[in-house]
Design a protein around this ligand. Structure first.
Ligand code: SAM
Length: 408
């Protein structure tokens, strides 16, 4: 965290200085791959899209929540600048492109995209909430981006009026690649979308290339988290409470023995250390997705509150966002411990009547992952009704409008 707060010189009130600091921070993470995206970040005045926060906050390298539901859940935000930069690099916008964004929020990303398309391009951005759409429109006009069309509608319907698009970017967590996006993306175009690959919220920003009418392929996957899409394409969520502040997020279709699961933390925690080292700078970020798509048990993610962590009741490795496997009343989750300054060791904590058998199965999975390192997912998408016999090898995930196949 220190590195984040130290990144920005909060004593300056010069927006250009703050922008340059933010660009330097993102550069330090190695995210920019093209001068065009870096220059767009250097140009767009973020603070003018975030009038309700102070200058340093507008340029903090973290998301800024701009709207919440009554229960406190975030509904809208200016996304983390590093994630925005990652997704714009994935999108590969060229001058003259026609681009559709879904999830306008503040309008910052639409302005960045307009910098990339230049004056010969077209940018349309859709926002579900009329108050947010109106504010984005006002900010874009005030900052000179009045050529961007802000549409208040459900992005699950796209915007056929300006289709076909060379690029579509979704900036809310999507559960499906909906039919409208298939219909409105040009052949040869690209769709970048934070796709929830599992009901527990496991999300990757994927960059799908439209190869032909009934196939898209993504070989690029970036870890991210987004507020979920609302509206017609909204997804459900299922949670099982394991203790006061420990929740297991599971897939919508899984039907666990909830009574048995709720008892699992009453069993002692059995630790197993695997001797598998993971360097801090190692690209091991897809281990949780690998487990989700390769296990024969059920996959879930633990959300652990501070009290449970302080008590040591559940201590999952932060790096894999609580990745856990469960079967009946037994659960196993990933932990890590320090080996030296640069390296951790992977471990497993298992609770429940079958803990040793289950830990051995998890250990076996981790060894299979280890032999595939660095495991990168390839995701193929096919629209509903075209699956036939030609889905390739891999784990299939079938949603209403699209079948996804994940292979490694
Ligand atoms: C994380 S914010 C987008 C960030 C933004 N693009 C930026 O520049 O930082 C997600 C936005 O998607 C909007 N949203 C959610 N569901 C939507 C839908 N079905 N159609 C259009 N917008 C939607 C939310 O209201 C929210 O403003």
């Amino acid at each position: 965290m220190a590195v984040i707060t130290d990144a920005i010189d909060t004593s300056t009130d010069d927006p250009q200085q703050l922008r340059d600091d933010l660009v330097a921070f993102i550069d330090g993470l190695g995210t920019f791959r093209t001068p065009a995206v870096r220059d767009a970040f250097r140009t767009v005045p973020r603070h003018r899209f975030l009038p309700d926060v102070d200058l340093p906050t507008a340029y903090t390298p973290q998301p800024v929540v701009t709207k919440r539901a009554e229960d406190g859940t975030a509904l809208s935000s200016a996304s983390s600048p590093n994630v925005v930069a990652t997704m714009l690099e994935q999108l590969n916008v060229q001058p003259g492109h026609r681009v559709l964004e879904i999830g306008a929020a503040t309008g910052i990303n639409a302005a960045l995209i307009a910098e990339l398309t230049g004056p010969s391009g077209t940018v349309v951005t859709i926002e579900l909430d009329d108050d947010l759409a109106a504010r984005a429109r006002t900010s874009l006009t005030a900052t000179g981006y009045d050529q961007i069309e802000v549409i208040c509608a459900d992005g699950a319907l796209g915007y056929p009026t300006r289709a076909p698009y060379d690029r579509i970017i979704v900036t809310a967590g999507a559960w499906d690649l909906v039919t409208a996006w298939w219909d409105q993306l040009a052949i040869g175009g690209r769709l970048v979308v934070p796709l929830r690959l599992h009901g527990s919220g496991l999300t990757r920003s994927l960059a799908f290339d439209r190869e032909d009418l009934d196939r898209m392929l993504s070989t690029s996957a970036a870890v991210c988290g987004f507020v979920p899409m609302r509206g017609a394409a909204e997804m459900g969520e299922r949670h099982v409470r394991l203790a006061d502040d420990v929740i297991l997020k599971i897939d919508v279709d899984d039907r666990p023995d909830e009574a048995a699961l709720a008892q699992t933390l009453a069993y002692p925690a059995c630790e197993y250390w695997t001797s598998l080292p993971v360097r801090h700078d190692e690209p091991a970020q897809h281990l949780d997705l690998w487990l989700a798509t390769n296990t024969s048990a059920c996959f879930g993610r633990l959300a652990v509150g501070p009290a449970a962590r302080t008590l040591g009741l559940v201590t999952p490795a932060v790096r894999w966002a609580g990745a856990a496997l469960y079967d009946g009343g037994t659960i196993a989750y990933l932990v890590s411990r320090t080996l030296d300054d640069d390296t951790d060791e992977l471990g497993i904590v298992a609770h429940g009547p079958q803990h040793s058998k289950f830990a051995a199965q998890t250990d076996d999975l981790l060894r299979r992952w280890n032999s595939k390192r660095p495991a990168q997912p390839t995701v193929t998408a096919q629209p509903a009704g075209t699956y036939g016999d030609h889905s390739g090898p891999g784990t299939a995930i079938t949603r209403s409008d699209t079948r996804l196949t994940i292979s490694w």
